[in-house]
Ligand binder design. Structure first.
Ligand SMILES: [Zn+2]
Length: 269
């Protein structure tokens, strides 16, 4: 019997080396019960999940529940900043909290205020990652993030890289709730998109929104996590682990390249 995961399974079976996957769930602070339903699924499957938390939306009670979970599942669950209040600040054009109409000082002030709110609740458990609401921001946002101590920016894979020194970008490539002309992709289209993403050379990032997911979404997600958790060629990681591994690989690559150059120089000499 054919299933929506067949293409992804075939890609993974054929992969020469394990590929990294990560899951980013946005809008923690909204729909707490939906959030904990999703968290439960990830913990149950032993698959890591990065929560993008809206600083202004998080209640003391929710913070306390998440803190308890982080203490038990620190290797599986991570939290980071999702904008500030998740409010559209643009008068026209696409929705954006950190968009072209915001001055540098306003952006910096919101980023720092959001960071303070999260640090007050979670201390050092907050990862130095920033996901802008609607996956949109400007290069000024990127500069403000570096200035505020952030190391990673996560948007959509279609966003042109900002190329800001000191800021690594780790985009998501799959939007579980993507709509095309107002209609949600069906599950086979998501399966196809996962298979395509898994055949590339970049980490496969899946974006979720617990507040908009229904029971059928959660059932399909369990099927995906069951496959990824058991397949030898899939490595599910927290976003900061994906970045650490990429950094390690690029430094290994650089050191083997410099060893190659040194050998070449010696052999020329
Ligand atoms: Zn959001």
């Amino acid at each position: 019997m054919r299933t929506w995961l067949d293409q992804l399974r075939t890609r993974l079976d054929a992969a020469r080396q394990p590929g990294p996957f990560f899951f980013r769930d946005d809008d923690a602070g909204w729909d707490d019960e939906g959030l904990f339903s999703l968290l439960h699924i990830f913990v149950e499957h032993g698959v890591p999940l990065d929560l993008a938390v809206i600083p202004k939306a998080i209640s003391a009670e929710l913070a306390s529940r998440i803190r308890k979970l982080l203490e038990i599942e620190s290797g599986l669950i991570s939290i980071h900043q999702h904008g500030y209040a998740h409010v559209n600040q643009e008068v026209e054009g696409r929705k954006c909290e950190f968009g072209p109409s915001r001055s540098r000082s306003k952006q910096l002030s919101d980023i720092k205020a959001g960071n303070r709110l999260l640090t007050d609740q979670f201390g050092a458990m907050v990862a130095p990652v920033f996901t802008p609401p609607w996956n949109r921001c400007t290069s000024i946002t990127g500069e403000c993030l570096v200035q505020s101590g952030f190391e990673v920016l996560s948007r959509d894979a279609t966003a042109p890289p900002l190329n800001i020194p000191g800021l690594v970008e780790l985009p998501v490539s799959i939007d579980w709730l993507k709509r095309w002309h107002g209609v949600r992709l069906d599950i086979n289209e998501i399966g196809n998109a996962l298979a395509v993403a898994a055949s590339g050379s970049f980490p496969v990032g899946v974006m979720l929104h617990h507040a908009a997911m229904n029971e059928a979404d959660r059932e399909r997600l369990k099927e995906l996590l069951t496959l990824l958790a058991s397949h030898r060629q899939a490595q599910c990681r927290l976003m900061t682990s994906v970045i650490s591994e990429l950094r390690m690989k690029s430094s290994e690559c650089r050191s083997s390249l410099s060893a190659y150059h040194e050998n070449s120089i010696q052999s020329v000499a």
